[in-house]
Ligand binder design. Structure first.
Ligand code: ADP
Ligand code: ZN
Length: 605
């Protein structure tokens, strides 16, 4: 008899077409297939699905997957069917007849996997149905939804403890990408997973390159970034406000980048339509507020761009984590400037929350600011925030070109005294004008050209002074008074710097430069050459037509990574094609001939 591990390996290769398990997948599969409970913590894109899909196929009966992401169930089931897995779903989007057909299939034991919405699962009718069926396992996806303190709380999730009570002998696997210990404890408690083994995978996403650039003209910078590095790629652009979402989407469309807006102010149907197009079509850019994203399972998002500063590292990591889920190179790119610091501080100060909550928010924002201003490796700092030590990565902007720091004490002293001498009544623009010695009307009106600080900063550009001011604010040496026309004020901490008792290290200012496409990392070194790239484009085109004809998302047919491997290997036979990762036997049967014929035709052309 073959061992469980061999059978798991066999399914991985023949059904899913992958040569090997990733990270802790193999251990998890063995544990759950053997009947154990598990709590799985893996970053977005880490490969959680296989951890329950394969055990469900190895065990007798059907694997029941609880997921709050109703909109995605159809795509998940389509993808499984493409791989030859017998899958279905039950949720409120179905007609009565459709649901009935699934229920019948369940009773007859004709399914390997069934996806069920949590509110449906806890109903007496559904529990009865499950009681009458043979259950292989329960998988509880997005398990952090049981946490009352998280922002994704779903009351229906609390009721999932009924699974343990009703089906004590069925193994359960809970999965999430939320890492903090508090959420983890709550999952265990609420779902009664006391016996579960914990599998915590690395939170690193090595294929994502992190980059934070000085904000200059954010929209133009974004356009350059897309044109130079991501032409024709799918991406997500995050903005803080609805207005900015609309404007940015319009701007991109006007400049040849196909973009769709998404925010909570739009009609529900329109939002749903934009999301569906983004998932299904190749190469669209979604411009969105943070309302967009939870459960966006699109594997081939090649970049996530932030035009505004996220409010915490958790938010930043979750949002950037939507890039590159297929493991292929992807970019997390952000523009960041003075106004971001001002705006985020203001949102906290002006919120209705109590002081204790505001303090937590300020700490989170400060950690985010420190990430922006760091001269060290961004990834080291990110992972450190999640409690994971690491070494410099080589795949972030600061690793590729270390920013220099300099002793900025004198510059900061000049800035602080200009704020002080102008009476702490003026905003950034005026203070910088005074520093640089500009003789404009406002300066003359207030006789600021007579101050000792007038013109003492003429050696630096206004952009440089804004960068210095931004860091001065981030360091808490000055603050903005929102009740008084955004006037700059000194804080208690400023005194020590002004007296020369404390020095200040600043990040050297770099003129925002046109990005070179040459900023390649170790991860993009195995990029395609020109003929391969042309072939890849041709394959993508074939995939788009195939997907359209069947009304499926493109990546359900085959993923980018697989197409790229095909373009590189140019297999001449079905057999050679079958050796490529991501093509299981069902997909080989469905598409093998077409692809091999296409490659042969291209070779002749
Ligand atoms: P998660 O649910 O953790 O965000 P998924 O289960 O959607 O991640 O998997 C992310 C991507 O990784 C998918 O494109 C999937 O096909 C791919 N993947 C998962 N496991 C493997 C593996 N062992 N080898 C290669 N690719 C894998
Ligand atoms: Zn790095």
């Amino acid at each position: 008899m073959t061992s469980l591990n061999q059978r798991a390996q066999h399914l991985l290769q023949t059904v899913f077409g992958y040569p090997a398990f990733r990270g802790r997948q193999g251990e998890i599969v063995a544990h759950v297939a053997g009947g154990g409970d598990a709590l799985v913590l893996m970053p977005t894109g880490g490969g959680k699905s296989l951890c329950y899909q394969i055990p469900a196929m190895l065990r007798d009966g059907v694997g029941v997957v609880v997921s709050p992401l109703i909109a995605l169930m159809q795509d998940q089931v389509d993808a499984l069917e493409q791989a030859g897995v017998r899958a279905a779903f039950l949720n409120s989007s179905q007609s009565w007849e459709e649901a009935n057909a699934v229920e019948r299939a369940l009773r007859r034991g004709e399914l390997d996997l069934v996806y069920i919405a949590p509110e449906r699962l806890a109903t007496p009718r559904c529990l009865e149905l499950l009681q009458a069926s043979k259950i292989a396992l329960f998988a509880i996806d997005e398990a952090h939804c049981v946490s009352q303190w998280g922002h994704d709380f779903r009351p229906e999730y609390i009721r999932l403890s009924v699974l343990h009570e009703r089906f004590p002998e069925v193994p359960r696997i809970a999965l999430t990408a939320t890492a903090d210990p508090q959420t983890r404890a709550e999952i265990v408690h609420q779902l009664q997973l006391d016996e579960a083994q914990h599998f915590v995978d690395s939170f690193d996403r090595p294929n994502i390159g992190y980059r934070i650039v000085e904000k200059n003209n954010a929209r133009q910078q974004l356009l350059d970034f897309i044109h130079i590095e991501h032409r024709g790629d799918a991406g997500i652009v995050y903005c803080l406000s609805r207005k900015r979402v609309e404007e940015t989407a319009e701007f991109l469309n006007a400049h040849g980048v196909a973009a769709l807006p998404y925010h909570a102010g739009m009609a529900h149907e329109q939002r749903a339509a934009h999301q569906a197009r983004f998932l299904r079509e190749d190469g669209l850019v979604m411009v969105a507020t943070v309302a967009f994203g939870m459960g966006i399972d699109k594997p081939d998002v090649r970049f996530v761009a932030h035009l505004d500063l996220p409010r915490s590292i958790e938010a930043y990591y979750q949002e950037t984590g939507r890039a590159g889920r297929d493991g292929e190179p992807a970019d997390a790119w952000m523009t960041y400037g003075l106004q971001d610091v001002v705006q985020q501080r203001r949102m906290i100060d002006e919120s209705e929350a109590d002081e204790a909550f505001k303090r937590v928010q300020r700490d989170k924002l400060n950690a985010m600011l420190a990430l922006c201003e760091t001269v060290g490796c961004r990834r080291v700092q990110l992972l450190d925030y999640f409690g994971q030590p690491s070494a410099p990565c080589g795949n972030c902007d600061t690793c590729r070109e270390a920013p220099r720091s300099f002793d900025g004490t004198v510059a900061v002293q000049k800035l602080l005294s200009a704020i002080y001498r102008t009476g702490q009544h003026f905003g950034a623009a005026h203070v910088i004008d005074v520093l640089r010695g500009l003789e404009n009307d406002k300066v003359r009106q207030w006789q600021h050209d007579l101050l000792s600080t007038f013109g003492i900063g003429a050696d630096r550009s206004a952009a440089e002074w804004r960068a210095i001011l931004r860091q001065t604010l981030a360091l808490g040496l000055a603050e903005v008074d929102y009740d008084a026309f955004q006037a700059l004020k000194l804080t208690e901490n400023a005194r020590a710097v002004l007296r020369g008792e404390q020095t200040v290290q600043l990040r050297e200012f770099r003129k925002p430069f046109k990005q070179k496409s040459a900023s390649k990392s170790a991860f993009t070194e195995n990029a395609l050459d020109r003929t391969e790239q042309a072939l890849f484009e041709r394959l993508r085109w074939w995939r788009l037509e195939t997907a359209r004809a069947r009304n499926l998302p493109a990546y359900v047919i085959l993923q980018d990574a697989t197409l790229r491997d095909i373009a590189r290997a140019k297999p001449a036979s079905i057999e050679q094609l079958g050796a490529i990762a991501g093509i299981g036997s069902k997909r080989l049967e469905s598409w093998g001939e077409e692809i091999v014929a296409l490659l042969a035709a291209e070779a002749d052309a």
